[in-house]
Design a protein around this ligand. Sequence first.
Ligand SMILES: [Zn+2]
Length: 183
Amino acid sequence: MSQLNTFDQEQIQIVNNAASLAEELVSNAYKLSASEWLRRRYDIKTLAGLAPDEVVHGPFAQIIRYKAQRTDTSLSSSSYDLYKICFQDHTILEKLKKSPDIHLYPFSLYIVTHELIHIVRFTKFMQNFVATADEKMDEEMRVHKKTHDILGNIRISRLSPVLAFYNQWHTYHDKLLAQKESL
Ligand SMILES: [Zn+2]
Protein backbone atom coordinates (compact mmCIF):
# COMPACT_ATOMS: atom_id res chain seq x y z
CA MET A 1 0.00 0.00 0.00
CA SER A 2 1.33 3.44 -0.86
CA GLN A 3 1.84 5.92 1.94
CA LEU A 4 -1.47 7.47 3.04
CA ASN A 5 -1.74 10.97 4.46
CA THR A 6 -2.17 10.96 8.22
CA PHE A 7 -3.14 13.78 10.58
CA ASP A 8 -0.31 15.75 12.14
CA GLN A 9 -0.11 16.34 15.91
CA GLU A 10 -2.15 19.51 15.72
CA GLN A 11 -4.88 17.81 13.72
CA ILE A 12 -4.99 14.87 16.15
CA GLN A 13 -5.48 17.37 18.98
CA ILE A 14 -8.35 18.95 17.06
CA VAL A 15 -9.97 15.54 16.59
CA ASN A 16 -9.53 14.76 20.32
CA ASN A 17 -11.14 18.06 21.30
CA ALA A 18 -14.05 17.43 18.94
CA ALA A 19 -14.43 13.91 20.36
CA SER A 20 -14.64 15.24 23.95
CA LEU A 21 -17.44 17.60 23.01
CA ALA A 22 -19.24 14.92 20.97
CA GLU A 23 -19.08 12.57 23.95
CA GLU A 24 -20.61 15.18 26.22
CA LEU A 25 -23.36 16.09 23.75
CA VAL A 26 -24.34 12.47 23.08
CA SER A 27 -24.25 11.59 26.81
CA ASN A 28 -26.58 14.50 27.51
CA ALA A 29 -28.89 13.74 24.60
CA TYR A 30 -29.40 10.16 25.77
CA LYS A 31 -29.33 11.12 29.45
CA LEU A 32 -26.55 8.67 30.12
CA SER A 33 -25.76 8.77 33.79
CA ALA A 34 -22.09 9.53 33.32
CA SER A 35 -19.91 10.04 30.31
CA GLU A 36 -17.77 7.17 31.59
CA TRP A 37 -20.62 4.88 30.64
CA LEU A 38 -19.95 5.75 27.02
CA ARG A 39 -16.20 6.02 27.35
CA ARG A 40 -15.88 2.44 28.51
CA ARG A 41 -17.65 1.23 25.38
CA TYR A 42 -15.59 2.76 22.66
CA ASP A 43 -12.17 3.72 21.53
CA ILE A 44 -11.23 6.20 18.87
CA LYS A 45 -8.21 5.89 16.64
CA THR A 46 -6.78 7.88 13.77
CA LEU A 47 -5.00 6.31 10.83
CA ALA A 48 -1.62 6.07 12.56
CA GLY A 49 -3.20 3.81 15.19
CA LEU A 50 -5.05 1.50 12.82
CA ALA A 51 -4.17 -2.03 11.83
CA PRO A 52 -3.95 -2.51 8.03
CA ASP A 53 -7.33 -4.25 7.91
CA GLU A 54 -8.99 -1.33 9.75
CA VAL A 55 -8.12 1.01 6.90
CA VAL A 56 -10.77 1.51 4.23
CA HIS A 57 -11.08 3.65 1.15
CA GLY A 58 -14.18 5.77 0.62
CA PRO A 59 -15.68 6.17 4.11
CA PHE A 60 -14.50 8.97 6.43
CA ALA A 61 -14.72 6.60 9.38
CA GLN A 62 -15.80 3.13 10.25
CA ILE A 63 -16.88 1.36 13.40
CA ILE A 64 -15.56 -2.06 14.23
CA ARG A 65 -17.04 -4.07 17.06
CA TYR A 66 -14.66 -6.13 19.12
CA LYS A 67 -15.35 -8.61 21.85
CA ALA A 68 -13.38 -7.50 24.84
CA GLN A 69 -12.63 -9.46 27.97
CA ARG A 70 -12.94 -7.85 31.35
CA THR A 71 -9.71 -7.91 33.28
CA ASP A 72 -11.22 -6.74 36.56
CA THR A 73 -13.17 -9.87 37.24
CA SER A 74 -12.46 -13.51 37.91
CA LEU A 75 -15.39 -14.54 35.72
CA SER A 76 -13.72 -15.59 32.52
CA SER A 77 -17.02 -15.49 30.64
CA SER A 78 -17.45 -11.80 31.29
CA SER A 79 -16.97 -10.23 27.90
CA TYR A 80 -18.40 -7.07 26.46
CA ASP A 81 -18.60 -5.21 23.19
CA LEU A 82 -16.02 -2.56 22.51
CA TYR A 83 -16.58 -0.34 19.50
CA LYS A 84 -13.62 1.14 17.76
CA ILE A 85 -14.15 4.31 15.75
CA CYS A 86 -11.52 4.25 13.03
CA PHE A 87 -10.85 7.66 11.50
CA GLN A 88 -9.73 7.49 7.89
CA ASP A 89 -7.40 10.50 7.89
CA HIS A 90 -6.53 10.21 4.20
CA THR A 91 -10.16 10.47 3.07
CA ILE A 92 -10.95 13.32 5.48
CA LEU A 93 -7.85 15.28 4.40
CA GLU A 94 -8.84 14.80 0.79
CA LYS A 95 -12.29 16.18 1.54
CA LEU A 96 -10.86 19.20 3.39
CA LYS A 97 -8.62 19.96 0.45
CA LYS A 98 -11.53 19.87 -1.98
CA SER A 99 -13.97 21.81 0.24
CA PRO A 100 -12.44 25.00 1.71
CA ASP A 101 -15.62 25.73 3.70
CA ILE A 102 -15.32 22.43 5.59
CA HIS A 103 -13.00 22.61 8.60
CA LEU A 104 -11.57 19.77 10.63
CA TYR A 105 -13.03 20.65 14.04
CA PRO A 106 -16.72 20.85 13.06
CA PHE A 107 -16.26 17.98 10.58
CA SER A 108 -14.77 15.71 13.25
CA LEU A 109 -17.48 16.81 15.66
CA TYR A 110 -20.12 15.63 13.21
CA ILE A 111 -18.35 12.34 12.51
CA VAL A 112 -17.79 11.42 16.17
CA THR A 113 -21.28 12.52 17.23
CA HIS A 114 -22.74 10.42 14.44
CA GLU A 115 -20.67 7.35 15.32
CA LEU A 116 -21.39 7.68 19.05
CA ILE A 117 -25.13 7.78 18.33
CA HIS A 118 -24.70 4.49 16.43
CA ILE A 119 -22.81 3.03 19.39
CA VAL A 120 -25.39 4.14 21.97
CA ARG A 121 -28.15 2.66 19.82
CA PHE A 122 -26.28 -0.65 19.43
CA THR A 123 -25.46 -0.79 23.10
CA LYS A 124 -29.02 -0.05 24.15
CA PHE A 125 -30.33 -2.57 21.61
CA MET A 126 -32.20 0.09 19.68
CA GLN A 127 -30.48 -1.26 16.61
CA ASN A 128 -28.72 -4.51 15.74
CA PHE A 129 -25.13 -4.24 14.65
CA VAL A 130 -25.72 -7.02 12.16
CA ALA A 131 -28.51 -5.88 9.86
CA THR A 132 -29.70 -6.11 6.28
CA ALA A 133 -28.71 -3.43 3.79
CA ASP A 134 -32.21 -1.89 3.98
CA GLU A 135 -32.16 -1.80 7.78
CA LYS A 136 -28.73 -0.19 7.72
CA MET A 137 -29.95 2.45 5.31
CA ASP A 138 -32.95 3.26 7.55
CA GLU A 139 -30.66 3.42 10.54
CA GLU A 140 -28.31 5.78 8.72
CA MET A 141 -31.23 8.13 8.14
CA ARG A 142 -32.27 8.02 11.79
CA VAL A 143 -28.72 8.57 13.00
CA HIS A 144 -28.18 11.52 10.68
CA LYS A 145 -31.44 13.06 11.85
CA LYS A 146 -30.42 12.65 15.47
CA THR A 147 -26.97 14.10 14.73
CA HIS A 148 -28.62 17.16 13.20
CA ASP A 149 -30.98 17.46 16.18
CA ILE A 150 -28.07 17.42 18.62
CA LEU A 151 -25.70 19.68 16.69
CA GLY A 152 -28.43 22.04 15.49
CA ASN A 153 -28.77 23.39 19.02
CA ILE A 154 -25.19 24.39 19.63
CA ARG A 155 -23.10 27.28 18.44
CA ILE A 156 -19.86 26.14 16.90
CA SER A 157 -17.97 28.22 14.43
CA ARG A 158 -18.14 26.94 10.84
CA LEU A 159 -20.52 24.12 11.71
CA SER A 160 -23.21 25.14 9.23
CA PRO A 161 -21.31 24.12 6.05
CA VAL A 162 -20.82 20.69 7.65
CA LEU A 163 -24.52 20.38 8.49
CA ALA A 164 -25.38 21.51 4.96
CA PHE A 165 -23.04 18.89 3.53
CA TYR A 166 -24.71 16.20 5.61
CA ASN A 167 -28.18 17.35 4.74
CA GLN A 168 -27.67 15.17 1.77
CA TRP A 169 -27.16 12.43 4.29
CA HIS A 170 -26.50 9.84 1.63
CA THR A 171 -23.29 11.61 0.71
CA TYR A 172 -21.94 10.55 4.07
CA HIS A 173 -19.80 7.50 4.11
CA ASP A 174 -19.26 5.41 7.10
CA LYS A 175 -19.05 1.73 7.41
CA LEU A 176 -19.99 -0.67 10.13
CA LEU A 177 -17.74 -3.62 9.94
CA ALA A 178 -18.82 -7.06 11.00
CA GLN A 179 -17.61 -8.10 14.38
CA LYS A 180 -14.07 -9.20 14.80
CA GLU A 181 -12.83 -11.27 17.63
CA SER A 182 -10.01 -9.58 19.41
CA LEU A 183 -8.22 -8.79 22.69
ZN1 LIG B 1 -23.60 6.02 10.09
